[in-house]
Design a protein around this ligand. Structure first.
Ligand code: GDP
Ligand code: IMO
Ligand code: MG
Length: 424
């Protein structure tokens, strides 16, 4: 059974877009299973850079079809912009993009509530992307959410919107002191999406399971990363979905028995955007250097990403919770010019070693990382395509990560472009 899941093994932005695009050449269907337009997946082809938020990163391969699964929360405004952007590059999208009828929609009030809540959150500010993700998933689990299928029936859509907006207006006015939403304006706006989205709406669960019967190769593209998972991440500083591999089955409606491979995308160092614990964070010139060389600014919000060394303690946790069978190590070239490279191999609390990772914020905030030091290779590796041609110090770093994680590194990425990849 040919399903491969791609998961971010850290706090997102590991380079999932690049790896998914690169692997899509030999894939029939690429499917996003959770999250929404909070994701920013960058694909670089030649000298052009594309940032995708909702559309799967396989879209640039003509014979690959793309699915937005039931687990995704879809902002129709963002989706329409993205479809127009892709079409403007001369890429055919009709007949190649399928959107689940069961996916929930992000409404303007979700985005408003996301931003207003954050503004009032003080110490508890998560640093969300402001894309309405949390409020949309709240409505999904509250069972009041509006789904893609609702766009097809104008009366149902209007009724559901009226009920939702009446409640949200109470919240906005009485709790947040904000302006109320105009129901008619939103109804008119969303009724327009029906004709635009209609051609793409499909029962994607059926589509994917039929494809499985025909032995088609499916790549499930995770957004965010394991440490941002609502169940397994550093709660409450997480996103509101399950980026971990289990999320692929519920978010697409495919059985776990169909999954054969789980590739964890691991950046050669660590980054985090938004708030929350980050044991190996470097608030010093080395951290700034990583940010500058790695271009570590959010693909969605443009915010500077927090940077630090690779953390094997959290990575081992991520490998366990996702069942990662192999690693794609990305952005290794960013370390080309460092004299010394560090890897966190353990944590201590008040001098006592901590046995394993804890996703508890209170614990993570008190840990001190224990580092192993590696000599930098001080060489430009961006042009290398064969593993054997990598400098000995680079190989030593890669193989140390393999040994410490107990997981094979099957891909090494040495640049943002498709071709800048070493397949082992
Ligand atoms: P994603 O959210 O996991 O898809 O990652 P992002 O696209 O948000 O961030 C990764 C950034 O690193 C993007 O700007 C990519 O173009 C870039 N990138 C990906 N792989 C590499 C690599 O191996 N080397 C370098 N230098 N940049 C890379
Ligand atoms: P990709 O798919 C990195 C972070 C936000 C915030 C937290 C919650 O590009 O790797 P949300 O808007 O989801 O409610 O914000 O999660 N976050 C990401 N960080 N990469 C992402 O996606 C992210 N999507 C959300 O910064 O800390
Ligand atoms: Mg990103």
């Amino acid at each position: 059974m040919p399903v491969t899941i791609i998961v971010g093994a850290q706090w997102g932005d590991e380079g999932k877009g690049k790896i998914v695009d690169m692997l899509s050449d030999e894939i029939d269907i690429v499917a996003r299973y959770q999250g929404g337009a909070n994701a920013g997946h960058t694909v670089v082809i030649g000298d052009k850079e594309y940032v995708l938020h909702l559309i799967p990163s396989g879209i640039f391969h003509k014979r690959t079809t793309c699915v937005i699964g039931n687990g995704v929360v879809i902002d129709p405004v963002a989706l329409m912009d993205e479809i127009a952007m892709i079409k403007s590059f001369g890429i055919r999208i009709d007949g190649r993009l399928f959107i689940s009828h069961n996916a929930h929609l992000i409404m303007p009030y979700h985005k408003m509530l996301d931003v207003i809540r954050e503004k009032d959150a003080g110490d508890q500010k998560i640093g969300t992307t402001g894309r309405g993700i949390g409020p949309a998933y709240i409505d999904k689990y509250m069972r009041t959410g509006i789904r893609v299928v609702d766009l097809l029936n104008r009366k149902t859509l209007a009724d559901k919107l009226k009920a939702n907006i009446a409640e949200k207006n109470q919240l906005l006015k009485k709790i947040y002191g904000a302006v109320e939403i105009d129901v008619d304006k939103i109804i008119a706006e969303y009724q327009e999406f029906d004709t635009k989205i209609d051609p793409y709406i499909t029962d994607t669960m059926m589509y994917l399971n039929n494809a499985l019967k025909k032995n088609k190769r499916i790549l499930a593209e995770g957004a965010q990363g394991a440490l941002l998972d609502v169940d397994h991440g550093t709660y409450p500083f997480v996103t509101s979905s399950n980026p971990t591999s289990g999320g692929a089955c519920t978010g697409l409606g495919i059985p776990p028995t169909a999954v054969k491979k789980i590739i964890g995308i691991v950046k050669a160092y660590s980054t985090r955007v938004g708030n929350g614990p980050f044991p190996t964070e470097l608030n010093d010139p080395t951290g700034e250097r990583l940010r500058k060389i790695g271009g570590e600014y959010g693909a969605t919000t443009g915010r500077p990403r927090r940077c630090g060394w690779l953390d094997m303690v959290s990575l081992k946790y991520s490998i366990q919770v996702n069942g990662i069978s192999e690693i794609a190590l990305t952005k290794l070239d960013v370390l080309d010019d460092f004299d010394e490279i560090r890897v966190c191999t353990g944590y201590t609390v008040n001098g006592t070693p901590l046995k394993s990772f804890s996703s508890e914020v209170a614990t993570l905030e008190t840990v001190t990382p224990v580092y192993k030091s590696f000599k930098g290779w001080k060489k430009d590796i961006t042009g290398i395509r064969k593993y054997k041609q990598l400098p000995p110090a680079t190989v030593k770093y890669i193989e140390a990560i393999e040994k410490l994680s107990g997981t094979k590194i099957s891909l090494v990425s040495v640049g943002a472009r498709r071709d800048q990849t070493i397949v082992r």
